[in-house]
Design a protein around this ligand. Structure first.
Ligand code: ADP
Ligand code: MG
Length: 171
């Protein structure tokens, strides 16, 4: 029997490629998805989240949640919460802020720096690890639940747009 992939790796040679991956992700979301965005400062976590949020139809600015900790977007069919826990001094701040209730079956959560809330933030459905390679980036996507696998198989079957610039290339 065919078992769905649990990982997919994309080369992102330039910023438009990161943005295109964000748009592919937007087309593959399911309610309840909890997505961890991991990687060093400047790896492209916010760039990816911003492209995803724009692809869902948000026309206004998409601020990095670095200072506010969370930015909330309401689309007709879902709530999307974009978190950044970089500034947490302890993981318990997650509980003190009352963030646990944001993680539910009706919302999509994008979480930058989830390790700063380790042990308190719920386990992810999908982990996206971004890293620098030369002038570009590599994205490793790992499904960690059935919901994550459904999302990943949709992304993996999304055709690349065929242009040489701005296309994520699956390895
Ligand atoms: P993070 O949220 O991970 O700290 P940001 O998204 O704020 O990172 O910043 C990433 C920086 O890298 C931005 O300046 C963006 O233009 C750039 N960038 C994003 N993706 C790529 C890519 N695939 N190749 C080269 N530069 C990229
Ligand atoms: Mg960021």
């Amino acid at each position: 029997m065919h078992s769905p992939d649990v990982t997919a790796v994309f080369d992102l040679p330039d910023e438009p490629a990161t943005q295109a991956l964000g748009a592919m992700l937007a087309g593959s979301l399911l309610p309840g998805l909890n997505i961890f965005l991991e990687g060093d400062l400047g790896a492209g976590k916010t760039t990816l989240a911003r492209a995803l949020i724009r692809a869902l139809g948000h026309a206004g600015p998409v601020k990095s949640p670095t200072y506010a900790l969370v930015e909330v977007y309401v689309f007709s069919s879902l709530y999307l919460y974009h978190f950044d826990f970089y500034r947490f001094e302890s993981a318990e701040e997650f509980l003190d802020a009352g963030f646990a209730e944001y993680f539910n079956d009706a919302s999509v959560c994008l979480v930058e720096w989830p390790d700063r809330a380790a042990g308190c933030v719920p386990a992810p459905d999908l982990r996206i690890r971004l890293r620098h390679v030369a002038d570009g980036r590599i994205a490793e996507l790992e499904a960690c639940s059935e919901r994550g696998r459904s999302c990943l198989s949709k992304i993996a079957s999304t055709p690349a747009d065929g242009t040489s610039c701005g296309a994520p290339v699956r390895r």
